[in-house]
Design a binder for this molecule. Structure first.
Ligand SMILES: [Zn+2]
Ligand SMILES: [Zn+2]
Length: 349
């Protein structure tokens, strides 16, 4: 069972409100930073007090509202943006990394990121390279059997979020097991690929805390999808990195969305079980179809709402998630792929 460790924060999440800026522990603050036009509504930035300022874990989107939210939250803790010494980014999704560059400009803070995510930056966020990414996305959609009219529209769909990101190469590459140079803190990086190839969690063993980014959240599961920048089998990476944090001794998990909670091992077990149920459902649906393309398969699965009502750009994520599960099943010999345009999936035997 997952238990919210601050009932008010959970109530704010459920009630559609922004939670309070809070002192979670002496010297550790939770700051909700609003994110626009997104059902997640806010990212929880954590500020860790240092002898000469603060380090923050994640930053928010690069919008004036987010910057104002972060600034106001830091003010509650007694700091200004200029006091930020370090920005530890759990992963390069816009809601975590987008504002890091602006914070660095205003404060001179160093920005840290795992190399596997740092590597994706030019392709994803640099104007000059983005076209190549759109082309690869289009090829992937074709191999999934997405109807051409939808594929045209979907291939460039994520380019819009680049407006929420200030391109910022990291100053520090953070590797698995690194102990961060933050006086007063024993913060260890744990590489947890899956949701993003270079996703990082941060453990604080002395305070028995885990800052989990998007890797583990109390109620929702992060998207794990095949896309042009994803490694071969992202779901295998994700399930492995869930297992790798399961036994951590954390009294409290500090996620980047929703609310803080206790019960890490139970939550990990639940998420792993959820993916195995999904894998079983997909294997059965492939068996029933005999031979099917990924997109057609996605339309037949159970989603949180009927397929027809899912907006097109969310269908792309659904397709990428379905493909991640197919690739996992293929690696285990549970389904077979006949390459083509589209690839066709059939039962293994
Ligand atoms: Zn994310
Ligand atoms: Zn996120």
């Amino acid at each position: 069972m997952v238990t919210a460790t601050n009932e008010e924060q959970r109530a704010a999440w459920l009630g559609g409100r922004l939670p309070e800026v809070e002192r979670v522990r002496p010297g550790l603050w939770s700051i909700p930073v609003p994110i626009p036009i997104n059902p997640l509504r806010y990212v929880l930035v954590y500020a860790l007090e240092l002898p000469d300022g603060v380090a923050i874990v994640d930053a928010g989107w690069d919008t004036p509202e987010a910057f104002a939210g972060l600034t106001a939250g830091l003010a509650v803790a007694g700091y200004t943006i200029a006091d930020v010494r370090a920005v530890l980014v759990t992963h390069i999704h816009p809601d975590h990394y987008g504002l890091a560059g602006r914070v660095r400009e205003e404060s001179g803070a160093w920005v840290g990121l795992h190399p596997a995510d740092a590597r994706l930056i030019p392709d994803r966020y640099d104007e000059g390279f983005a076209e190549g990414l759109v082309r690869r996305e289009r090829a992937l959609l074709d191999r999934c059997g997405v109807p051409p009219a939808s594929a045209d529209e979907l291939a460039g769909a994520s380019m819009a979020v680049r407006h929420f990101v200030r391109l910022a190469e990291p100053d520090v590459l953070i590797e698995d097991g690194d102990r961060l140079d933050l006086p007063g803190w024993d913060l260890r990086a744990i590489w947890t690929p899956g949701h993003s190839p270079g996703h990082l969690c941060f453990a604080e063993p002395g305070r028995r805390l885990l800052l989990s980014g998007d890797h583990v959240l109390p109620r929702i599961t992060p998207i794990v999808a095949v896309h042009p920048q994803a490694p071969a089998n992202p779901l295998a990476d994700y399930l492995d990195s869930l297992a790798s944090i399961r036994a951590l001794e954390a009294d409290e998990v500090l996620p980047a969305h929703e609310y803080r909670f206790a019960g890490l091992a139970d939550r990990v077990d639940h998420v792993i079980a959820h993916h195995h149920e999904r894998l079983d459902e997909i294997e059965k649906t492939v068996a029933a179809a005999g031979e099917i393309a990924c997109w057609d398969l996605a339309t037949r699965l159970t989603w949180s709402r009927p397929w027809e009502t899912i907006p097109l750009f969310m269908r792309r994520a659904a397709n990428g998630e379905t493909l991640a599960h197919l690739v996992w099943l293929e690696a285990r010999g549970r389904v077979r792929r006949t390459p083509g345009t589209p690839d066709l999936w059939s039962p293994a035997t």
